[in-house]
Design a protein. Structure first.
Length: 299
């Protein structure tokens, strides 16, 4: 017959049961607490307020990024515009300097050949080369070639009035004409210029062709200036970009070869003559070269 458990054994069994029960309940509570914490963490991110804040923050960052990129592109555009403007200004200044140099050199050449003696004119041209007063390389080579091939007593010279008071000529700029040539026209430009000047109303005949083109007319009744007789000399230079002409005109009311009867034209008479040249050149060169050729006065 079994012995009945003592009271102490029952108490211990009850305590052991309570302990296990408490442990299970504690474990369940911990799991429940962990689940609540996880749920609470999830609820923070799916909360409408949190979502709205996150969306606003994302929009703000997006706008900031767009603004930053736009500012960078605008700065880059301004820098490119500034660089382009600087290059354009530099090119314009360079072109203006080149044109001014061409005008000055054409004026020097015209002045030194204003003599009845071709040998003296050649000596003057040689002086310009040796002193560096002709800086344009193409013009220098042409003048040097001309001086090497020139025969004594022959060559370019502009006749001057031999007797009577010297004519008062307008400044060289008022007698200078420039035409902007299209690129790569080569010898076609020279041929077109010769054709434009040889017909009425100008009737200019080509004489010397190196280093410059020298056109002149013998005494004849002027078509441009009715009632007057004229003697004209035109000195021309063709560069890769331009045609430059310097005009020397004398007029007389008498049908005579005497130099003393000829005087410089008035400003209005000279302007009418230059306008006739400019008009004739513009039409002839445009037709011959197949491209618009603007001509005007050098100022």
């Amino acid at each position: 017959m079994k012995e009945k458990p003592t009271i102490s054994e029952l108490d211990r069994a009850r305590l052991e049961f309570e302990r296990e029960k408490w442990q299970v309940e504690a474990s369940l509570q911990r799991e429940e607490l962990a689940l609540k914490r996880e749920e609470l963490a999830r609820s923070r991110w799916i909360n409408p307020l949190v979502i709205a804040v996150l969306a606003a923050a994302a929009a703000a960052f997006g706008n900031a990024g767009v603004t930053l990129i736009s500012s960078y592109q605008q700065l880059k555009l301004e820098q490119e515009r500034s660089t382009t403007t600087q290059k354009l200004n530099a090119e314009q200044a360079k072109e203006a300097l080149r044109l001014e140099q061409t005008k000055s050199e054409a004026a020097r050449i015209l002045e030194v050949v204003k003599t009845n003696d071709p040998d003296k004119a050649a000596a003057n041209l040689k002086f310009l080369i040796e002193t560096g007063l002709i800086a344009e390389e193409g013009t220098r080579k042409e003048i040097q070639r001309y001086l090497q091939n020139r025969e004594p007593g022959k060559g370019i010279s502009l006749p001057t009035v031999q007797s009577g008071p010297p004519p008062v000529l307008p400044p060289i700029d008022d007698q200078a004409i420039i035409c902007k040539l299209p690129p790569t026209v080569g010898d076609k430009a020279r041929e077109a210029v010769i054709a434009a000047l040889r017909d009425e109303p100008l009737s200019l005949t080509l004489g010397a062709t190196s280093p410059l083109m020298l056109f002149n007319t013998s005494r004849h009744q002027s078509v441009v200036l009715p009632g007057l007789y004229e003697r004209a000399t035109v000195l021309g230079a063709i560069t890769p970009d331009d045609l430059i002409l310097s005009v020397h005109l004398l007029v007389s009311k008498q049908d005579t070869d005497q130099s003393s009867a000829y005087r410089a034209p008035t400003g209005e008479q000279l302007r009418s003559y230059l306008i006739a040249i400019v008009s004739r050149l513009g039409v002839q060169l445009t037709a011959s070269l197949g491209s618009n050729v603007p001509c005007g006065f050098i100022r």
